[in-house]
Design a protein around this ligand. Sequence first.
Ligand code: NAD
Length: 355
Amino acid sequence: MKRFTYEGLPGRVVFGAGALATLPEEAKRLGTRALVLCSPEQKTLGQQAARLLGECAIGIFDRAVMHVPVETAEAACDLAQTLSADLCVAIGGGSTTGLGKAIALRNGLPILAVPTTYAGSEMTPIWGLTEGGVKRTGRDPRVLPRTTLYDPQLTLSLPTGLSGTSGVNAIAHCVEGLYSETANPLVSLMAEEGIRALGRSLPQVVRQPDDLEARSDALYGAWLGGVVLGSVGMALHHKLCHTLGGTFNLPHAETHTIVLPHALAYNASSVPEAASRVARALNAKDAVRGLVDLIAAIGAPTALKDIGMPADGVERAVELATTNPYYNPAPLEKGALRRLLRNAYEGRPPEPYLQ
Ligand code: NAD
């Protein structure tokens, strides 16, 4: 066994159908004046949370949007300060949790997260803020939510398209966790189990979106994916998605879904053990094939050109993805990355890029 360092992240998790009902008692453990955060589309859910909280809810900020623009973060921080909030309740997807993290970063408020997608942000100390079209990210233990309520009932309304791609986003955290520079045996167990849970549940979630058992299984996998993302470093796949999302404003979960089989095909021969664990978790003979088949089964997009990437974007992305050095188990070669991005742009199948 290789030498490793393991550092557990603190946090309380309440998991299960109906977990939202515990919101008042869980909030009481953290504060007495809660600002509820949600997106404009999930305003009704934000209001439901505020009703449940009763007197403890002192306001709702319903303007959470993708990538946390700095202006939105400042408006939310100012409201929290004006209302003397001592707690943020973030109910929604990664964008809403991200807004809570921006408040925690500036005002130091604890976060109680109620995730409604599979993004996993609620399990990480990673924050992101976008200013002038540029997204900055960082790690700070203050932004890690103190408590998370995982209620699969809240995911029943997640549209099938986003359910599938958000689930593959969670698988991506697990896949890169298995070959992370800072991988360790405990987190790898969670990564493999996360892929297994999502691999078996996502096709059923897409077939029958109101199947609560499948939704629970997917949310369980998403939780594990979030822990993996928060615990160990990522590599090429996350770097590419961050670059593509930030530069061309591409949708987060779809971008992850399109790029993941290509990124794994790039790295697989350098990390045979990780690749065989991915294959085992997906009950497939080959890891890349297993992912391609899963993505086909959920009917997700496979071409970056179909989700808004411009035709001249490949070359820019190659340059950006090779500018600042970062860890990857396989060497970063411009020619191979260009082939990878061209295939992902056109929607062609992945190939063993480094052979
Ligand atoms: P999102 O939060 O942007 O949500 C997408 C849309 O789906 C929104 O309109 C939202 O209101 C709606 N929605 C969410 N849950 C729903 C539900 N159950 N029913 C109906 N509609 C629902 O999307 P996301 O993929 O969850 O999050 C993406 C963002 O999170 C990106 O900005 C990404 O960078 C960030 N993220 C951060 C981390 C981290 O660790 N910091 C991890 C993962 C993702």
